[in-house]
Design a binder for this molecule. Structure first.
Ligand code: GLC
Length: 842
């Protein structure tokens, strides 16, 4: 620590009064404690520290007493906090890091963040700054005309949160409409983008909180909570992806899921008997519609008792699970936290014995009401209870269940949501009463503080339990409720949406904001959960849903909602759509692997890649899918055309290789089969032949879809299931391509990992090639041209035998593409298309 004294410390210090609220007064003294700058402002104290990765943490204790420093979101990393310098001036202090300067005005105490070039990035609103009123706390930050706000997790549209207000209080939003708030999750994290420069704020407070992005003030935006600590992190950019990387270092990333979990998943409330589940599975295989997972909703249980099976309808569930497995299906079952309060029921009894259930204010076990009727709730904020819950999965996993779906974990409680009936707990709004007590990892608290982390801690118990019980396999857990960091334990879906065009459209900005808030493995119920879609709406939803990282159809009620429930014509289209998802799996898996290490999402709002182009920031209904593809889904009923904005640069139709110049609005005709997808210039996108499910077998052939321009692409592969990748059992290839006047080049630039996971053979598909090349070479050696038909038969020969020497190329005039067939690719291997005769030297 380096403290430079260049000024005088002010000696007065009273808090300022603002409308019943108090805001911080003068800095009366300051000192450095370990690696934290502590400011005394009269009776109040502020602690400022430099966290990992140049993140600044600010904590306020209005009465001067800080409580236990504990977070459910921030992952401890054991790295000692970096040190910083403090410079003192008459009017202010400066905390100096290699990247930032944090200026603390002395009178009154106001904090601002400056880049090392002295430009002010963000900071307290000069009038209000940090305030409190009793237990309530609020921070006001200056608002600029060019500020735009993204993130906040699962929130209603629009994408840009400017001028909106939001509340965080996880809610069983069963009837939610387009602008309902709050929903099921809490992510008090926001990316502020100002003329291309981004920074983030993470307000780590689990109480009911709210954000106001300039709706009530033109000069300040604010965040605050009913209680708890004013504890926030300032996360510098300058690029939005820098904020994402740093936030990921704080709250963790989505672990690499098993590959099958990225396949198509089918769900319904309910396939309510073993017979029905088996018949749905049969239909998928019979109709050759790819599908990896079947979900079994609450009706498999015996009277909604978690961890039981209905003895009649699912009497032979092990046989069912075995036969599903044989046919390539993975089974995901639902588990709710509400445990039937019934002596004699094993789970209830063992929960009572271990003191695992929540108690009310009067000390008795709290009894609420969920699906099984009178129910009790495990205290997932208690370590022993998390362990107990995780271990309960033993029998389910042993019987052949693959994945776990955790629902109703806001937690939902049906007993207290009727204020009209004079309900004394009506303030509970569909959840358990606020006074219910929680262990809170050893520092007891009540529901007000624990509510927003209940779902996350349930998902954590489940995930940790699965890791203990089946250590060789990556778990798949899906949760409805969550708090920042939930992505470390589970995928998230957006709850009970409805089969309307509005809700189809709203899923895009919702999932994009979840994605930039760290919840990368996310999806909405395809087709809509409530009510029933028209064939057109279902098909359009599926055409969008294949780009949801979690690609799952789900519905409730009387009618079937499978890809084959909407007549022959739509079945055919739906099959093709799902097959596209399966063809893209190598790309999707590669991007998910990138997400698991970098925190960068698969669904990318345009501002992420084009931060300096305000024109694209407000686009709610387009996105980048991974780093290479732009998708402009058709989301309007009976649409005959789709207008959309292509960001600047050259783009190519993914399906037809047609060039489009970006930087302006494009209008294309569409029909019911159109999925507008565009590859960046120089994109290299790995795909494969669509399979019926993820079978764990080695990949026989990989197609690399190469688009004109200069660029790079990636391919990641491993066994798709185990943790072998942590021991080097994976392959990561990096490719490069460039287009010159006379030639087009492709190169395997780098390979890390093991050749074991290399595909059996390759097809290099060069798109946008207007004429057949004169020559095609591999490592400078001419490759033989084939006719398209011959290429096909060579291709099937190559498919059979890994390492076969099938090589050659052909030109497909219709698609204006060159297909180069190769048996293998080694680092440094270069393939060149020569568009003009080569000079004798080459
Ligand atoms: C909740 C879930 C829904 C599920 C239903 C029955 O409404 O959000 O997905 O099907 O409960 O378990």
């Amino acid at each position: 620590m380096n403290v430079t004294k260049t000024g005088r410390v002010a000696d007065r210090g009273q808090s300022l009064q603002t409308h019943g609220w108090q805001s911080l007064g003068e800095v009366t003294s300051h000192h450095v404690e370990d690696v934290t700058l502590v400011l005394d402002c009269g009776a109040s104290k502020v602690r400022i520290s430099l966290e990992r990765n140049d993140i600044i943490r600010v904590r306020l204790a209005p009465g001067g007493q800080f409580k236990r420093d504990h977070s459910w979101a921030v992952v401890p990393n054991g790295i000692k906090k970096p040190s910083f310098g403090v410079e003192e001036y008459d009017e202010y202090l400066e905390l100096v890091t290699p990247q930032l300067r944090v200026r603390i005005d002395r009178s009154p105490c106001r904090i601002s963040f400056f880049a090392d070039d002295e430009s002010r990035i963000a900071g307290d609103d000069p009038q209000k700054g940090m305030c409190w009123d009793g237990g309530e706390i609020r921070a006001y930050q200056s608002l600029h005309a060019d500020d735009h706000f993204f993130g906040m997790g699962e929130k209603h549209p629009p994408l840009d949160k400017r001028n909106q207000t939001y509340v965080n209080w996880n809610h069983d939003a069963a009837e939610h409409e387009q602008y309902s708030d709050p929903l099921y999750q809490t992510h008090p994290f926001v990316i502020v983008l100002n003329r291309g420069t981004a920074h983030g704020i993470f307000f780590d407070n689990t109480h009911r909180s709210s954000f106001d992005f300039g709706q009530t003030s033109r000069t300040a935006w604010s965040f605050g909570a009913d209680a708890g600590e004013l504890n926030y992190y300032f996360i510098p950019g300058p690029k939005p992806t820098d904020v994402i990387h740093r936030y990921a270092s704080l709250v963790g990333t989505t672990p690499l899921p098993p590959l099958w979990a990225l396949g198509y998943q089918q769900c319904r409330w309910s396939y309510d008997s073993a017979k029905r589940v088996a018949s749905i599975a049969r239909e998928f295989r019979k109709r050759k519609i790819p599908c990896d997972a079947i979900y079994i909703d609450i009706d498999y249980m015996d009277g909604f008792r978690s961890f039981t099976w209905d003895p009649k309808r699912f009497g032979q569930h092990e046989k069912l699970l075995k036969s599903l497995k044989k046919d390539g299906f993975k089974t995901v079952v639902i588990l709710d936290p509400g445990i039937k309060a019934e002596p004699g029921y094993k789970i209830y009894d063992s929960g009572i014995k271990g003191d695992h259930f929540l108690h009310g204010e009067d000390g008795t076990i709290y009894v609420g009401k969920v699906w099984p009727g009178q129910s009790v709730y495990p205290d997932f904020t208690r370590q022993q209870t998390r362990q107990w819950w995780g271990d309960l999965y033993k029998d389910l996993l042993a019987s052949g269940v693959t994945g776990i779906w955790n629902d109703m974990n806001e937690p939902a409680d049906f007993s207290h949501n009727n204020p009209d009936a004079g309900d004394m707990y009506a303030d509970a709004e569909g959840t358990i009463p606020l006074g219910v007590r929680f262990d809170n990892d050893g520092q007891r608290t009540d529901h007000r503080e624990a509510h927003n982390v209940y779902g996350m801690q349930m998902a954590r118990s489940t995930y940790d339990g699965m890791r203990r019980l089946r250590p060789a396999e990556r778990p798949f857990v899906l949760t409805r409720a969550g708090y920042s960091g939930v992505q470390r334990h589970a995928a998230v879906w957006t709850g009970d949406n409805a089969s309307t065009w509005d809700q189809l459209r709203m899923s895009v900005p919702m999932l994009l904001n979840m994605s930039v808030s760290g919840v990368i493995f996310c999806g909405a119920d395809i087709g809509g959960f409530r009510s029933y879609p028209t064939p057109e709406l279902y098909t359009r939803w599926l055409q969008l849903g294949i780009f949801y990282p979690l690609c799952r159809s789900h519905t409730a009620g009387g009618k079937e909602q499978d890809p084959f429930s909407f007549g022959k014509k739509h079945e055919k289209i739906n099959r093709t759509v799902i097959k596209l998802r399966y063809a893209l799996l190598p790309y999707i898996y590669t991007e998910m692997q990138h997400a698991s290490t970098s925190g960068e999402p698969l669904l990318r709002p345009l501002f992420l890649d084009y931060p300096k182009m305000p024109r694209v920031h407000k686009i709610d209904h387009e996105f980048m899918f991974g780093r290479q593809l732009l998708v402009a889904p058709v989301l309007w009923e009976t649409a005959k055309n789709r207008k959309f904005m292509l960001p600047p640069g050259q783009w190519y139709g993914f399906h037809d290789g047609k060039p489009h110049t970006g930087g302006e609005e494009i209008d294309i005709p569409v029909n019911i089969e159109t999925i507008p997808m565009f590859a960046r210039a120089g994109a290299i996108i790995p795909t494969r032949a669509a399979a019926q499910f993820v079978d764990g077998k080695p990949l026989t052939e990989l197609t690399l879809n190469i688009f004109p321009g200069i660029g790079r692409g990636h391919f990641y592969n491993d066994d798709g299931l185990s943790y072998g990748f942590e021991k080097g059992e994976f392959l990561r290839d990096e490719y490069e391509t460039s287009t010159q006047e006379d030639s087009t080049t492709f190169r395997l630039a780098r390979r890390t990992g093991s050749d074991t996971f290399a595909p059996g053979s390759y097809v290099l598909k060069f798109n946008g090639i207007q004429q057949a090349p004169r020559e095609v070479t591999l490592k400078g050696q001419m490759l033989k041209p084939w006719s398209a038909a011959a290429a096909k038969s060579k291709k099937s020969a190559a498919r059979g035998s890994k390492g076969s020497s099938a090589k050659g190329w052909c030109y497909d005039k219709k698609s204006r593409s060159v297909h180069v067939q190769l048996s293998e690719l080694r680092p440094g291997d270069t393939v060149e298309l020569h568009h003009k005769p080569r000079s004798p030297r080459s």
